[in-house]
Structures are given as C-alpha cells and as structure tokens.
Design a protein around this ligand. Sequence first.
Ligand SMILES: Nc1ncnc2c1ncn2[C@@H]1O[C@H](COP(=O)(O)OP(=O)(O)O)[C@@H](O)[C@H]1O
Ligand SMILES: [Mg+2]
Length: 291
Amino acid sequence: MEVGVLTRNEFSWCSLQLKQALNLRSCRFTCFSFNDLTAYVGFENSIRFKGRPIEKLDAVIVRPIGRGSLEEIIFRMDLLRAIENSGVYVVNKAEAIEKAVDKYLSLFLLEKAGLPVPRTIVTENPRISLEAFKKFNSRVVLKPIFGSRGFGITRVRSRQTLYRLAAVLSYYRHVVYMQEYIPHSREDVRAFVVGDSVVASMRRVGASWRTNIAQGGKSEPYKLSEELKETALKACRVLGCEVAGVDILNPSGEYCINEVNSQPDWRGLQNVSEVNIAGEIVDYVISKVKR
Ligand SMILES: Nc1ncnc2c1ncn2[C@@H]1O[C@H](COP(=O)(O)OP(=O)(O)O)[C@@H](O)[C@H]1O
Ligand SMILES: [Mg+2]
C-alpha cells in the first residue's frame, strides 16, 4: 500500500505527524504538493504526481488546500475529483471541502439538516447591513465568506461602521457575510472527527473573542457530552467530511455549530489529547483502502 500526503509543506508539524504514523505502520508514502500534480487529457493516465501515475497510490490525505487565485482553487478541486475518479481513496473529498470552506453553504446545509447554527445574513448589497445590525441587536460579526484561522474577522458595534465596511467590501467585490455575535467568555470547543467517531476534543480559550489557536488561543482538555459528539458527527455527515474539526460555541448552554473545518490542524489539540490523532487518521485511511 502507498499513501500520498498532499501538502504544501511536508515538514509542517501535522505532515510530520502523518509521516511518523505511516512509518510506524510500515505504510509506504509520498508527499507532494498541488504543484507536483499535472492533469492529462487524451493520454493513458489522467493525473500524474511527480511524474508517476496517480493510480500508483491507494489513498491521498489532503492537507490545507492553501490560498490561490479563483482559477487555481477551482483547478485544485478539479484535481481532487480526478484523483478520486481514478479509484484512489481521497480524504477529504473535493465535494466535502467545497461545502465546508464556504461559510454560507455549510451553514445553509447544517441548518437544513436541523443543526443549530448562528443566525447569519449574507448579501452583495451593503444596504442590507443596516437590517442585519438591527436583527442582530447591534452585535455583529463580519467575516470573509472564505476565510480561516480567524483572519479578517471583526466584531462591529456601530451601525455606521458596519455600513461603511459593507460598502467597501462590496466595492472590492466581496460578499458581505454578517453573523450575530454569540456571547461567550472567550472560549469554544472543538470536536475532532475521524470517520464515524470523535477521536479527540478540546476547549479553546482565546486571547480575545476569537478562539483560534492562530490568534493566540490556548487548548485545554475537554470531554464532550454524548449529545455534542452526536451533533459533531451529524455535521460531518451532512457536509461529507471524514476528517474534520467541528467548532461549537456555547457548549454548556444553547450551543451552536460555528463551523466545520475540513482541513484542520491538530497541534494544539494533540497537546491535550491522549490518542495520537495522526495515527487515528492513518488507521482510518488504511481501513478504507483495505475494504
Ligand atoms: N458568531 C460568533 N459569535 C461569537 N464568536 C464567534 C462567532 N463567529 C466566530 N467567532 C469566534 O471567532 C473565531 C473564528 O471564526 P470562524 O467563523 O471560525 O472563522 P475562521 O474560519 O477564520 O476560523 C471562532 O473560532 C470563534 O471563537
Ligand atoms: Mg474557525
């Protein structure tokens, strides 16, 4: 068996963990980036990585897709689809990533499935920001519709500021994504899902209201209730994510799912977890290939 690790940086902490877990299981692997992938149409092999046919691999573990132009990102998703189409097991799949990274589409699907999510208003029309400000009782979070690690997110407490920000965003051809602020004491919880189980969980305590580890948040051990575990698993099923970090706001009260991260980092979580998370991912992938 040979597993591909699709990563921008094979020496990043998570990729090293995956490599170690694969080594421990005597599983052959190759790391490559999107830049190492080429698509062929009208040839025998449709996708090659580092010059080799993709069919040489049994599975591909996808690490962060990274930033890129719209056409680069669409092409990367096309590549994932073509790899899957070649019979190689891909985790997470393009369809799941596309649903999860789109902050509107993911909440729409989660809500449709009956899961609690924050009230959100999304528009290209900056004037709607005035309506959102009122509906959210002056407590608005403005987010990039495609964003991660807490960057570009801001809380807006003034009607006029919100309108101006919305107008600027719209001028630069951004979608205006506004959400009600869910009061919390600088903390949320993350459930790390692999396949059909929550393999680890943590509380994240933020340096500010943004609890992202990338924004200075710290991880603490946290045991999820069965109800929250079920909620996290359902969210992953709805979006088709096999490996994901599900973030839940206000876990001990009227909780809601803030987002499902389809390309999660797990360094902070590993620090407070007993299980080896990379090992869980690798075992899952191996079990899927053997089936
Ligand atoms: N509606 C909200 N109410 C309260 N806190 C929020 C809300 N939305 C986001 N946050 C905080 O900001 C962080 C980053 O927001 P998130 O939507 O997860 O974006 P990103 O994809 O950049 O992580 C969350 O982890 C949470 O701590
Ligand atoms: Mg987040």
